[in-house]
Design a binder for this molecule. Structure first.
Ligand code: ADP
Ligand code: MG
Length: 582
């Protein structure tokens, strides 16, 4: 056998195969270059599933004319100078291979005008030969056209999947980068039809809604976690929202999309018992860590990374996810069981009496049962992060205890006491709001037993910090002279009692935050009680105030403030919908 030295052309095609596997890889490399160039707008035009044409235009820094030919040479990069730089890479590119690879398997043309140039210049690369065309009138930025991809590598062409699959790959890629870079306006067209675009407003929720639709996007839970210079942010699905494959699990590490099975495994572990076998969450997680802690130079396509301390990263991610899942305290929904026992003519009549919980406070639609009690108490600790409620329209009060309201998705039954507790608590602990206080006409004095008095003395500062003016007034005696105006309905003496009474069991979740615990107790005492008739105005403002709470669905002690009967459930109960199973 004779050993031949491969021609440059063949050698570069082989190398190109590692970087450019399919049309989506071209899109990826070009988009990454545009991001590295600081673009705020990236337009992508695709024709014939990317094989006929991929055109990208950006408004980034551009390439000076004298560097243009260099940009397509192998191992030519402006992003890396020495081997040392490899340990702290801050750009997406660094290998200087992408343009060279693309050039060797397509007809490539690049027009670019760098920021400090009056005109742009253009080059074409055909069969490895660079032809320079001077001076083109274009705006600042870069336009790259990749035509007839793989025209000279028929083997590769044969392995391309159906057009539909290739198009999906491109879209999946662009949408992910749009999510990772919400401040960049992306615009993707395919065969002249608009496929996907974002505004570049910087709002990730907005991008989520573009990708998944408004309803689905709204259901995703926000992750926002920092520990030891590791920042983990993004979105995950609640346990009720799953997929049959892991395609919707995306990780970005330092702004780079990575496909890392170990990260996926760590994510799945965080969901643990919540997921049924074969079900996967939806997740888009962005992990930021110091550049030295991650090696990105593992694979030519740069889709794999190595962490210096992988276990730490995985553990942090699990904590981040756990926390986000537990913070989600949904509105409990009536289980259909209640109706079965309540209505003598229901399908399950009689047979289930006695075993039926009034309503289901577990996470709704959960694939697997409810949380354990320790998890439930973690839930309480994290409850201030909970999800929002829609705008509600007041219907009225029943039993002088519950408020009935209508939302876009059905009926809400609100416990006025728990809801008011939540409202008071949020107002009192909010740092930025200066609370209006109300001078008491007649200051109230309270005398306590010595040990209770000691307890109260130690809490005076906290109370004063939260708008309750209370001071020592002789031995074991205290005087309250003003309270937050919010407390207009309560008896100020109750404040003292709330601080000195024995701690209730359900307060333990807040044990790490003494002042919040004390404020939560005060709020409980000062909130309207069940059995108090409220005026329409009071009911309305309670609803309104609740809507503005950060965690409207639970009281500060973690109990639900509301029960939700969805339109869907109502329709089923009244037989307006076919007997589709739940
Ligand atoms: P790398 O990104 O690894 O540096 P590439 O082959 O992708 O290698 O690009 C080569 C060089 O071309 C880059 O280092 C950069 O200087 C320049 N370049 C490529 N695309 C753009 C762009 N859209 N805007 C500005 N410069 C670009
Ligand atoms: Mg690059």
């Amino acid at each position: 056998v004779k050993i031949n030295l491969l021609s440059d052309e063949v050698a570069s095609q082989i190398a190109a195969g590692e970087v450019i596997e399919r049309p989506a890889s071209v899109v990826k490399e070009l988009v990454e270059n545009a991001i590295d160039a600081g673009a705020s707008r990236i337009g992508i035009r695709v024709e014939g599933a990317g094989q006929r044409l991929i055109e990208l235009s950006d408004d980034g820094s551009g390439i000076p004319p004298e560097d243009l030919a260099m940009a397509v040479a192998r191992h030519a990069t402006s992003k890396l100078r020495s081997a040392d730089d490899l340990f702290h890479i801050h750009t997406l590119g660094f290998r200087g291979e992408a343009l060279a690879s693309i050039a060797s398997v397509s007809h490539l043309s690049i027009a670019s005008r760098s920021t400090d140039h009056e005109v742009g210049s253009r080059i074409r690369v055909d069969g490895g030969r660079v032809q320079v065309e001077e001076r083109v009138g274009i705006p600042h930025g870069t336009q790259i056209r990749v035509e007839d991809l793989f025209f000279n590598t028929p083997a590769r062409l044969k392995f391309l999947k159906k057009d539909l699959t290739e198009r999906q790959q491109i879209t999946a890629f662009v949408t992910r980068y749009a999510l990772a870079y919400p401040s960049i306006a992306f615009h993707l067209t395919m065969d002249d039809a608009n496929e996907f675009d974002t505004s570049g407003s910087g709002n990730r929720r907005e991008v989520l809604a573009r990708i998944y639709g408004i309803d689905f996007g709204k259901q995703l839970l926000e992750v926002d976690f920092t520990e030891n210079l590791n920042e983990i942010s993004g979105f995950i699905s609640p346990i009720s929202l799953t997929r049959s494959n892991r395609r919707e699990i995306t990780f970005f590490v330092n702004g780079r999309w990575v496909q890392d099975i170990a990260l996926t495994t760590a994510l799945m572990k965080a969901y643990q018992t919540y997921l049924m076998v074969g079900r996967y969450p939806v997740a888009a997680l962005f992990i930021q860590l110091p550049a030295e802690e991650v090696d990105v130079n593992v694979h030519p396509a740069k889709a794999e990374v190595r962490f210096r301390e992988p276990d730490q990263v995985f553990a942090r991610m699990q904590r981040a996810i756990r926390r986000a899942l537990l913070a989600y305290s949904p509105v409990p929904r009536f289980s259909t069981n209640i109706w079965k026992t309540a209505l003598p003519f229901g399908e399950g009549s009689g047979s289930q009496a006695g075993e039926t919980p009034l309503f289901d406070t577990a996470i709704p639609d959960a694939d697997l049962g409810s949380m354990s009690s320790t998890e439930a108490s973690e839930n309480l600790a994290a409850q201030r992060l909970g999800g929002q409620i829609p705008m509600l329209r007041l219907v009225g009060q029943i039993g002088a205890t519950y408020i009935v309201a209508e939302g876009p998705d059905g009926l809400y039954l609100i416990d006025q006491h728990a809801a008011h507790e939540r409202v008071l608590f949020d107002r009192l602990v909010s740092k930025n709001a200066k609370l209006p206080t109300q001078q008491l006409l007649q200051p109230i004095t309270v005398t306590l037993a010595p040990d209770a008095s000691r307890l109260l003395s130690s809490s005076l500062e906290i109370l004063n910090d939260h708008g309750i003016e209370i001071a020592e007034f002789g031995s074991n005696t205290f005087r309250i002279s003003s309270v937050p105006a919010l407390f207009s309905r309560g008896d100020p003496a109750e404040i003292v009692r709330s601080v000195v009474e024995d701690f209730e069991e359900d307060e333990t979740p807040l044990k790490s935050r003494t002042d919040e615990k004390i404020i939560a107790r005060v709020c409980k005492r000062m909130a309207v009680k069940g059995g108090q008739v409220l005026s329409t105005e009071e009911q309305k403002s309670l609803l309104h105030d609740l809507e503005n709470c950060s965690s409207p669905r639970t009281c500060p002690h973690g109990r639900p403030t509301m029960v939700h009967l969805s339109v869907d459930l109502l329709e089923r109960q009244f037989g307006r919908r076919g007997a589709r199973s739940l």
